[in-house]
Write a protein that binds this ligand. Structure first.
Ligand code: ADP
Length: 217
């Protein structure tokens, strides 16, 4: 289903969200206070405008009320980011906001942001997990204690079936998918065979995953 998004702040983060949503076929209104930034998005948005996103009347005049989600991607200027979030929540739409630091994040949560994104922090955590282990390709935090990791299958797992590996019984974690080149087996059956260099998508508690990675791989 196609949705209506408004992206506020067209720096690297907001710009990439705007381009991607537009290429996915959504209606995207791109907003920035600087005309040159708005010009860079004219080909990658449904419409674009130079507007101060802290100005409630200006946002109301753009019909913001009818959009599904506003993405506030104002970087450096925390005051403008907070002010804009406040105004958008007053108008009554869903707001996803980029936070610059944990203090900013706390304020955004307090004033009712529907989702606060902290790209540098999140990416830092993912990269640290990739550096931590030679086998971890990617890492997604589901909650404080649960994650999904992508692990590269070692020779130890090669040519063994899932039933033989018995990962859930031995380690408590679940193999959700097996990636082999461009192919993704999203519901592997017990008799499916793992090959060396396959990417296993595994879900579990952090301690179960660590145990599997250290002892099972
Ligand atoms: P990034 O780190 O993602 O590149 P930037 O800080 O460079 O982020 O970009 C934030 C964007 O937000 C800038 O283009 C800036 O002009 C815009 N911006 C700042 N204040 C406002 C505001 N009040 N209304 C609309 N856009 C704003």
């Amino acid at each position: 289903m196609k949705k209506h998004f408004v992206v506020i702040g067209l720096g690297r983060f907001g710009g990439s969200i705007c381009r991607e949503l537009h290429s996915l076929g959504h209606q995207v209104l791109a907003i920035d206070i600087i005309p040159e930034k708005v010009n860079t998005m004219t080909d990658y948005s449904t419409s674009s405008t130079v507007t101060d996103a802290t100005d409630k009347e200006a946002l109301l005049a753009l019909g913001i009320k009818n959009f599904d989600v506003a993405i506030v991607a104002i970087g450096e200027n925390e005051h403008a980011s907070i002010q804009s979030t406040l105004v958008l929540k007053e108008i009554g739409i869903k707001v996803w906001v980029k936070a610059q630091n944990t203090n900013h994040q706390k304020i955004l949560e307090k004033i009712g942001a529907d989702r606060v994104i902290h790209p540098e922090l999140d990416m830092g955590i993912r990269i640290a997990h990739q550096l931590d282990s030679d086998n971890i390709i990617d890492f997604i935090n589901l909650s404080k204690n649960y994650s999904i990791v992508e692990l590269k299958a070692t020779g130890k797992l090669s040519n063994r079936s899932l039933i033989d590996l018995n990962v859930r019984a031995k380690y408590g974690c679940t193999i959700l998918a097996i990636k082999r080149g461009e192919d993704v087996n999203v519901s592997p059956s017990p008799n499916d065979i793992v090959h060396e260099e396959d990417i296993l998508v595994v879900m579990g508690s952090n301690s179960e995953l660590k145990h599997f990675e250290e002892k099972g791989m």
